[in-house]
Write a protein that binds this ligand. Structure first.
Ligand code: FES
Length: 118
């Protein structure tokens, strides 16, 4: 059975910043888009650059390595060069903390296929 685990305190986040949360030695990108928390694996789908060290441009994250542009609301690659989508994970906010859904047996996160409403 899957369960939610704490990743990072909401008090560490700002509305347009990119943050890193750690769980089970795995880094996650955490950010807020359109008032909703978005969590993804903290590595670019192209060549693993840590996206928490990248740049926000509106609702997108821009990877400085090869200018990959990823829409944080959908995970899609939206730049001129196309890459695989971001690996977003299921998250929620409870008691002031961002939590992610994981499989307790493997500690693997559950991927999110849900887009954030505009
Ligand atoms: S590593 Fe991010 S675009 Fe290549």
């Amino acid at each position: 059975m899957q369960e939610y685990r704490r990743l990072i305190s909401m008090s560490e986040l700002t509305s347009d910043g990119l943050f890193r949360g750690m769980l089970h030695q795995q880094p996650y990108l955490v950010t807020i888009v359109k008032g909703a928390v978005v969590v993804a694996m903290d590595r670019c789908p192209h060549a693993d650059f840590p996206l928490s060290s990248a740049r926000r441009d509106g609702d997108c994250v821009v990877c400085p390595m090869h200018n990959g542009v990823f829409d944080l609301t959908t995970g899609d690659s939206v730049g001129t060069r196309k890459f695989n989508p971001l690996c977003r994970v299921v998250s929620r906010v409870t008691d002031g903390y961002v939590e992610i859904l994981v499989d307790p047996a493997s500690s693997e996160p559950v991927r999110s296929a849900t887009a954030i409403e505009a």
